[in-house]
Structures are given as C-alpha cells and as structure tokens.
Write a protein that binds this ligand. Structure first.
Ligand SMILES: Nc1ncnc2c1ncn2[C@@H]1O[C@H](COP(=O)(O)OP(=O)(O)OP(=O)(O)O)[C@@H](O)[C@H]1O
Length: 442
C-alpha cells in the first residue's frame, strides 16, 4: 500500500492509552463464555426456558492473528461476536482483553475500551444509517469518543475512505449511492477510525456478490498487514476463512467442537462435524475440474439450542456416535499440538473411547456419502475466487471496483431505521449494545 494511503490515526489520549501486548501474545481470552436468551411467556412474562446460544466456550486470540469462526446458521457465532465486543452481556464466563477482565464492565468503564475493539457487520445494506452522509458515518467514532484527529475530522475521514479504496470526494454522499462492496468498505473505514486493536467481522462478505467477496477479503488482509490488526472473522462458509485465518474455531450448537491452526484443520480435521463441513467446500484446484468428488451429507436438522442433545451435542447427526457420546460430553482437549477437539471418536487420531464399539442406531443413518455432481462446476468458480483472493493485489482490486462500481445506484433500499441505529454500534457500541441486549432479553 502506498504511503499516501497509510492510515493516520489520532493519538489516543494519555489516560486511555494502555500498556498493550506484544505480537503473538494473548490479546483476548474467553473462558466458559455463555449467553442464554430467556424465553418468557404469559402475561407475567415468566421465564419458561432459555435459548442456549453460546454455552460455555473457551478460546484465546493472539495479537496479530486472524481467528476464523465457522459453523452452521444458528450455532451462536454472531452471539459470540457480540459477547466479545461486549455488545451483549454474558450470562456466564469471563472475557479478558489485554489481561483485564471486561466481562461485566459498565457502559462508562467500557467507553475507553470501545476504541480498541470494533465490529464490522454482515449486511452492508442495513448497517449504515441511510439518513447520514458517509462523512458523518465514518466520522461518528471521533464524535462519540470525543477525539479530535490531527487536521480535523473531515480530513481524517477522507484519508480513511481512500485507505479502503473509496473516493474521498464522496464524503457527502449517502449510503444508497454506493454498491454493496463499497458499503462494506464504508463499514470497514468506520471500524478502523479509532485504530482498534481487535476487529470482529461478522460474516463480512456473505451479503456480497461472489466477485466482490474476494476484493473485500483481500482488503481486510492487506489492512491487517499495514495496521497490525487482530481479527476474529465469523463465517458460515469455510472457503471464506480458509484464505485469511491463522487458526479456525468450529462451532456447533453453542460449543466449540474443534479449534486448530489452518493447516491442521484442512489437512487432518479431527471432529466429524469439521470433516463434514470441509467436504462441502469445493476444492479450488483447476486440475481437478471434471473430477467427481464425494461429500458427507449430514441428515436431519440442527437440534434446537433450547434443549440441546445430551452428551456430545453432535451425536444425533454423527455417523460415529456410540453410547458414551449420548451420555458424556467430550471435553475440548489438545490432542495434537495446536489442535483441540471435543470428540470421543475423533477422525485422523486414535480413538479416545476404544472400548465403545457399538454404534447408536441414529449413527447408521446420520450421514451419507454422495458423489457431488455439481462439485466440479462449483470448484471451477471457487478456483476463480480463490485465485483472486490469493494472487490479486488489494490495490488492483480496489481500483477495479472503484471503476466498475463508480455508477451511482438509483434504487435506494429502504433500510430500517432500527437496523441502522443498531449498526451504528460499531461507532457507539454501548448504546446499540444496550438496546439490542434489552430487546433480546424481552
Ligand atoms: N436476541 C435473541 N433472543 C433470543 N434468541 C436469540 C437472540 N439472538 C440469537 N438468538 C438465538 O440464538 C441462537 C444463535 O444465534 P446466532 O445469531 O448467534 O447464530 P449464528 O451462528 O450467528 O447464525 P447466523 O449465521 O444465522 O447468523 C439462534 O438459535 C438464535 O435464534
């Protein structure tokens, strides 16, 4: 990235400056984190149960790394993201940032920390307030934190716009005048305004056209290098996190079932669920075009997080499940250096319960190996995207998109006011966080 594009961030006020941690040291640590959303019924709104969205997870994020978090819809990824950014109040467990316990900090105590932890939201169509100009949106964090950047807010915002590949002259335009990819860049500029240490990106590209996804992923990757950022990137699609993550956590029904470095996870996944997720990812190898592949098709729906299955939560869909899986929850153990897995009968490793040999009846029906006819075709598409992610320079991508998306869209999608307010959370997470937390608890 050229010098004129280097981000110039206002110096943090002395009283807000923290000691910080060195590269590779633990920046964020989560222990036994839980979020149970109460279910209330009747006139008196009595609590009749709870959605166990996140149900006791442990992990850490080291400075400078990218942790990918994957899992099917509803497994608790977004809730986890909102818990670690403290947009939601945890039901249990602990969140530590730079060694400081932030689990139950109040709004006032959290305010200085908001500068260090920012969030990029999934939907660039509803996460920007349609009534605000880009200048106001990207400049909001300065206003909310009472920070006066050197040279003024306008100059700083324009610089941030150019860093994310947008035309600084578009400062006075409104969100509807931009395409999806451009709007996500606006969200990224807003998240970077205060020079955060940790950025949590919740499905940052899933709402975008495939051709634009690679450009945004490349941009995030380049910004990480330039600014020394630490990312937690949430995705339901392993193919997105594959290229950018150093380590990957796989979630299933509110739990982490496997956490490993990228190489180990892709070459020798240990949890059967990880293996099934991996088999659904098209292999981006043009040489294999036309080659039929097999994938594991999991039968049945994901069980409800209101009453998750006993023992291992995956046992109702696992082809290796035995009685012990039904009765005893497997702990998340480091079976290989850097590879933690919660499974009694892991793949690519010795059986942890070898005496358990009788399969549960559900196991025989749980999964099916299917020859994926479509895979060859989708692999070709995926190869194109993957090639772009790995080989394209972000700056090229930026300028390409700037040219191709220069045209102003006339149809402004009517984003809900509420959604926009919530999305301002990355600028003012405490307000939106409290709001969303309140709504969710209702
Ligand atoms: N505010 C809330 N109130 C009640 N239940 C909630 C709330 N937010 C999320 N849930 C429930 O918690 C579970 C986990 O939701 P979450 O959005 O974290 O999953 P996810 O893995 O991010 O899914 P997706 O990829 O679809 O966003 C789901 O069953 C969801 O319905």
């Amino acid at each position: 990235m050229s010098d004129e594009k280097a981000v110039k961030i206002p110096a943090q006020k002395d009283n807000l400056t923290k000691a910080g941690v060195a590269d590779g040291e633990v920046l964020l640590k989560v222990e036994g984190l839980q979020k149970h959303f109460p279910i209330r019924k009747g006139l008196l709104q009595r609590q009749t149960g709870a959605v166990r969205a996140v149900d006791g997870i442990d992990f850490e994020v080291r400075k400078g790394e990218t942790l990918g978090v994957v899992g099917e819809s509803g497994c608790g990824k977004s809730t986890m993201g909102r818990l670690i950014t403290r947009l939601l109040e945890p039901t249990g467990g602990k969140v530590e940032f730079e060694g400081r316990d932030i689990t139950h900090l109040g709004v006032g105590q959290m305010r200085p920390m908001r500068r260090d932890v920012q969030m990029i939201f999934q939907d660039p169509y509803s996460s920007l307030n349609p009534r605000h100009t880009i200048g106001t949106i990207v400049g909001a964090p300065f206003r909310l934190q009472g920070v006066s950047p050197e040279g003024g807010v306008k100059k700083e915002v324009q610089r941030l716009l150019s860093v994310v590949g947008l035309n600084p002259e578009h400062y006075n335009r409104y969100p509807h005048e931009f395409s999806g990819g451009q709007r996500q860049r606006i969200g990224i500029a807003r998240a970077l305004a205060l020079n955060p240490k940790l950025v949590v990106a919740d499905e940052p590209v899933s709402a975008l056209d495939v051709s634009i996804q690679a450009q945004v992923v490349n941009l995030l990757d380049d910004l990480q290098e330039e600014l020394g950022l630490t990312y937690v990137i949430i995705a339901h699609d392993l193919s997105v996190v594959r290229h950018v993550s150093d380590r990957i956590a796989v979630m299933y029904l509110g739990k982490i079932v496997e956490l490993a470095d990228r190489e180990s996870l892709y070459t020798a996944p240990m949890h059967p669920y990880t293996k099934a997720l991996m088999s659904a990812v098209p292999i981006p190898d043009p040489k294999r075009r036309g080659v039929k592949s097999e994938r594991i098709l999991l039968r049945g729906d994901v069980p409800s997080p209101i009453s998750p299955p006993s023992g291992c939560r995956f046992h109702t869909r696992c082809w290796k499940a035995t009685e012990v899986c039904k009765t005893t929850e497997p702990p998340l153990l480091e079976l290989r250096p850097g590879q933690r897995v919660a499974c009694h009968h892991p793949e690519n490793f010795e059986d942890q319960q070898p005496q358990e040999t009788v399969l549960l009846s559900v196991a025989k029906e749980a999964a099916e190996l299917v020859a994926d006819e479509v895979l060859a075709e989708s692999a070709a598409t995926s190869a194109a995207v993957a090639a772009e992610v790995t080989a394209t320079e972000a700056e090229d991508a930026v300028s390409e998109e700037a040219v191709s998306e220069e045209t102003v869209s006339e149809d402004a999608p009517a984003a809900e006011d509420e959604a926009s307010e919530a999305a301002e959370a990355s600028a003012a997470p405490e307000e939106a966080g409290e709001a969303s937390s309140e709504t969710s608890e209702k």
